[in-house]
Structure formats: C-alpha cells, structure tokens
Write a protein that binds this ligand. Structure first.
Ligand SMILES: *Cc1c(COP(=O)(O)O)cnc(C)c1O
Length: 336
C-alpha cells in the first residue's frame, strides 16, 4: 500500500520499498548493471552513504565539485567521463534539486544512465516533476533525519519495468514472487540479499506521506519569514529557477570567521542548531573522505570544501513558531 501511494504521489510507474536509502542506492546501481570496472560520477557535497553504495557494488566513485547551488556543477561532468563511466549519480542536497536539464543533456550525449539520490529532497520538484522520477531510477530515504520518516527505510522509484523487476528480486533473496507457486516453491534466476522494508514501517510511511504537503507548506512559511530578514545582506544558496524546494533548511554564506561563529553560537543557544553545515560537514563533504577514496581524488574537491566551510544551514523545525525564525533573522541581520 505504501509503495502504491508513493507511485501515485510522485507520479511514477514503480515504487519498491527497501530497508534504507543506502540500500535503495545500492540496489538501483545493481539494477542498472553497475559493477567492478565501472565508474559512477557523483558530487563532492553529499553524504558518505552514496559513496559506500558505489563501492559496495564494486564500482569506482568519480567526484565532481558543486557550484553555488551546493549541488553538482554540471560543467565539471564532461571532463570526468571515461570509457568506464556508466552512471551519473546527482544528489539533490538539503531540499534543492540538481539542474536536471543539464544532467539529462550530458547523459543523453554520452549514453549514460541517471540515478538520482533523492534521499534528502523527498517532495522537491524540478520543472513540475517530483525528484527521483526524472532519471532512470531514484532513491529515497525515510531515515529519522529526513522530511518524512519510517524510522529507517527507503524507496526506489522508476518508470522502467526491467529496473523494478531486478530490484524487486534482488532485495528479497532473488524471489520472483511467481504467482503460480507458494513462496516456498518460488522461482529464481539471481541471488540477492535481504533489503526488505517491514510491514510496520510501511504502515508508518503511509501516514507520513499523507502529511508531506502540509509539512512543506509549513516549512515554507518559516523559511520565507527568515529569508525576508537576511536575504539582502548575505549571499544565499542559489536555487535553480525550475526548482520548487521543500524548504527544510535555509542556507547562506558568511566569509568572516568571527561573524560566522557569532551566528552559529546564537543558533545553538536557542537550540535551533544547524543542519549538517557546519556541524556534520565531515560526513557530507568528500574532502574528508580519504578513508574511502584515493587521497588524490579527495584533494580535487578542495573547491567544494572551501565553499561549504563558509556555509551556515539553519534547520526549519515545524515545532518552532514562525516568530522564532523572524527573531533569528533579525539577530543575524543586526550583525551586518
Ligand atoms: C540519508 C541519505 C542517504 C542514506 O539514507 P539512509 O536511509 O540513512 O540509509 C543517502 N544519501 C543522502 C544524500 C542522504 O542524505
């Protein structure tokens, strides 16, 4: 039922529920026939999970820097494409979409598949389409930190029945769910693993999904109230014109280290805190990931590190009244 609800909501043919967003990315990569010897292009502002999924199928992550949108710089992709490249894996970070027109163009030209990591932007649209349904497949996450949650959980969206078929079998020990046989006598052609979502999580997901629109609407009110106070005085994260975000955080940049500290201290004093930037930057910027990637590759993402180091991400909490966001905005404004 949760899968059917997702297909209807996000307007795609197939939805497969799985145990996590990381599992969704891994299974989608396998379904796109990615394995040892293949390269997957993704971005430097990200979450380690995406890199782990690529490594776990035996492929090599190739990392592009991000631009002022804090998503993949489409202009960097072409020079990273080799004969081994199979998939472009754009990551829609913190509620805002990648320039999918740019990605589509370059993928088509080079005959590459697109897997959208939409773990962080469930509900965001690009040119009227829900993210995760624009590429060949999309991965969603419902972990505890995401806009809607099933505790842990994920979903694979696709309009391609062959991708859905492989993913469905792989996530369930290779079961084909052949209707002619009871489960104990089910047919199989591949072996898989157990990446199933539980029925309990699915039940929670149904209720959570029904709340998505109102969550976005209430996020937006807080976001706009905050933005109104500070947008003229600070450099704000660029949002592509075709993108309708979910407004789950407000990101801006401040070059001055002392001023940055003042703002961050205030955010923690009010217990609003920050969302990943800067508190969890080490888990979201590939410049820190020489435990998983070659040192030389990591160094090439310095540009992204420099940009992210100046960013502050203010989480939008529905439990905090709009007035509080106006107050925070006025404080940040007063520092300039
Ligand atoms: C959360 C997240 C994931 C992984 O999702 P889990 O459900 O926690 O496994 C993958 N990619 C990004 C960008 C994420 O934010």
């Amino acid at each position: 039922e949760f899968e059917k609800m997702c297909s209807k909501k996000f307007k795609c043919k197939h939805s497969l529920s799985v145990s996590s967003g990381t599992a969704a990315i891994k299974i989608a990569l396998k379904s796109l026939n990615v394995g040892p010897g293949d390269e997957v292009i993704t971005q430097a502002f990200n979450f380690i999970a995406t890199i782990e999924a690529i490594l776990d199928v035996g492929a090599k992550p190739i990392i592009a820097n991000v631009d002022d949108t804090l998503n993949i710089n489409v202009n960097e992709i072409q020079k990273l494409i080799s004969t081994k490249t199979k998939v472009i894996l754009p990551v829609h970070m913190l509620g805002v979409s990648v320039d999918m027109d740019g990605i589509n163009k370059i993928a088509k030209k080079n005959n590459l598949k697109i897997l959208e990591d939409n773990c962080e932007s469930v509900g965001t649209k690009f040119s009227g389409k829900y993210l995760g349904t624009i590429g060949h497949a999309g991965a969603l996450s419902f972990d505890y930190g995401k806009i809607i949650t099933t505790g842990e959980g994920g979903m694979i969206l696709t309009n391609d029945i062959s991708i859905d078929k492989y993913a469905r079998e792989y996530h369930d020990h290779g079961h084909e769910n052949n209707k002619q046989f009871p489960r104990g006598e089910d047919t199989r052609t591949i072996y898989g693993f157990n990446y199933r979502m539980t029925e309990l999580q699915g039940a929670i997901g149904k209720v959570q999904l029904s709340k998505l629109n109102s969550i976005i609407w209430n996020n937006k009110k807080r976001y706009l109230a905050l933005s109104k106070e500070i947008k003229k005085l600070y450099k704000i994260r660029k949002i592509p014109t075709q993108c309708e975000p979910i407004y789950d955080c407000f990101i801006f940049f401040e070059e001055d280290k002392k001023l940055r500290k003042k703002i961050i201290d205030k955010l923690f004093k009010t217990s609003i805190g920050t969302k990943n930037l800067p508190d969890a930057i080490k888990w979201h910027c590939s410049y820190y990931w020489d435990h998983a990637l070659p040192k030389d590759d990591v160094k090439k993402t310095k540009k992204t590190y420099d940009l992210l180091s100046k960013a502050i991400s203010i989480p939008i909490w529905l439990k905090r009244p709009i007035e509080e966001y106006i107050e925070i905005g006025k404080f940040i404004k007063s520092l300039k």
